[in-house]
Design a protein around this ligand. Structure first.
Ligand code: 2AL
Length: 182
């Protein structure tokens, strides 16, 4: 998909009805259209960054179980959904960009083992912004984050969800003059 032909302008976003807004932004947080449904009422947005800030505020106000739920909606990196080709197009593109579609058999086994250990320790999957990390950084990230407490990992995981969300928003909305890094 060519972003230039699909980008929405901020005025277009601000004029969207609820249904169109959820159709367009329903997966900026993976499998969680509730987020788009919740922030629609905060239009008009000044720019894409303002829309992202409202999403972050919504995520930060969730109780622990809600935050954990958001993390659980994410597929494992190079996990079952990738093997079974059931990833969302966004996730597929992100995992490819990080080099996770080109892992050796050995690397796949190692990542699967670490993903499983992470999930059994914390009760939610390891989440990291794949477009901001190459496979080596992801492997190192999961290894070191496995040592953290559940509270720290809930916070770190949601921080990564916000980064993933920001990059997905930049794919959808015109953003001239807006910082592409958070
Ligand atoms: C993902 C995903 O689907 N995209 C991304 O950047 N990270 N999943 C994950 N478990 O970290």
């Amino acid at each position: 998909m060519d972003p230039l032909t699909t980008w929405k302008s901020v005025p277009e976003v601000n004029q969207m009805g609820y249904e169109e807004f959820v159709t367009v932004f329903g997966n900026v947080v993976e499998h969680c259209s509730l987020v788009a449904a919740a922030v629609w009422k905060f239009r008009p947005f000044k720019d894409v960054r303002h829309l992202h800030e409202e999403i972050c505020i919504f995520i930060d106000q969730l109780p622990t179980a809600g935050g954990e739920g958001i993390l659980r909606l994410h597929p494992d990196l190079a996990g079952r959904a990738a093997r079974e080709a059931t990833l969302t197009s966004e996730s597929n593109r992100e995992q490819r960009a990080a080099g996770l579609t080109d892992l050796t058999h050995e690397e796949k086994m190692q990542l699967t083992r670490m993903n499983d250990s992470y999930r059994s320790k914390f009760g939610f999957p390891f989440v990291i912004c794949a477009r901001r990390n190459k496979k080596e950084a992801i492997m190192e990230g999961i290894r070191s984050r496995l040592k953290n407490s559940p509270e720290v990992e809930l916070h770190k995981g949601l921080g990564e969800v916000k980064k993933i969300c920001y990059l997905r928003l930049l794919d959808l909305v015109e953003h001239e003059g807006v910082e592409s890094r958070l």
